[in-house]
Write a protein that binds this ligand. Structure first.
Ligand SMILES: [Zn+2]
Length: 99
């Protein structure tokens, strides 16, 4: 009944090279959010020890998207957003002659 090979429960064969094994690692994850580069240190990832392919933990990705997007999971029923009206900049020297 001990047919389950659980000698390395935290290792998956690589789908890319089929030779390496994905090893759990903590890396620095880079992602773009609205034109801003976000870096997440100590992000859990799986790295192939042969070809270097990266797989990310699905749960970790979901968690990351949730904390990065404050509107995640919220219904977008009321997305009426009125931008503030453009204001004239104070400080511009303009001679106004009232007569
Ligand atoms: Zn590989």
């Amino acid at each position: 009944m001990s047919e389950n090979k659980t000698d390395s429960p935290q290792a998956f064969p690589c789908n890319e090279c089929h030779a390496g094994v994905l090893q759990p690692r903590l890396i620095t994850y880079f992602t773009w959010l609205g034109g801003e580069l976000i870096t997440v240190p100590h992000f859990p990832a799986w790295i192939c020890d042969v070809c270097g392919r990266r797989e990310f933990d699905e749960k970790a990705i979901l968690w990351l998207e949730m904390i990065l997007d404050p509107n995640a999971g919220r219904p977008t029923a009321n997305h009426r957003r009125t931008p503030p009206p453009p204001r004239p900049r104070p400080g511009t020297h303009r001679a106004i002659h009232d007569s």
